[in-house]
Design a protein around this ligand. Sequence first.
Ligand code: S3P
Length: 168
Amino acid sequence: MNGIVLIGFMGAGKTTIGSLLAKETGMGQIDFDDLITAEIGMSIQAFFAEHGEPAFREIETRILAETLTRPEIISTGGGIVLKEENRQLLKNMPQVVYLKTDPTELITRLQADTKNVRPLVLSKTPAEILAVYQPRIPFYEESASLVVDTTGKTPEEIVAEILAKVGE
Ligand code: S3P
């Protein structure tokens, strides 16, 4: 089986769904934020503050190119679709799943998540978070080979839907 790449906004469940998919399929899981954090040796928030977002995006693109063809479950970071170069890489992959989530649910989840500090969400109002999300929607859609609406579904239901569809 080919690997499955998960894309979607922050809070869409890429890490949670990725680990369940890995368990179900027996494949390994690659989580971008974990890989990047291990490489930079500090939190993403600290890296943004010290080196800026463009430096983060450079690392992200390199990791995408290095990992994309691995037959594993790949949970990307929410901003992976921002660069045209990344979108081209994703479009060449057979199984790229966009976890599409209702914006209100996303904002509720992001505001409830105190463990994962995200620099692009920190201290932002719901309207400001929406302003980050909305321009990305067409990028997620054009980069994906499959769109799964996760709104109101349990992680188990989402995983079952993905596995049924990627196997088609
Ligand atoms: C980002 C998403 C984060 C992380 C960084 C930037 C984004 O990953 O890569 O904070 O621009 O959407 P998650 O989507 O895993 O939260």
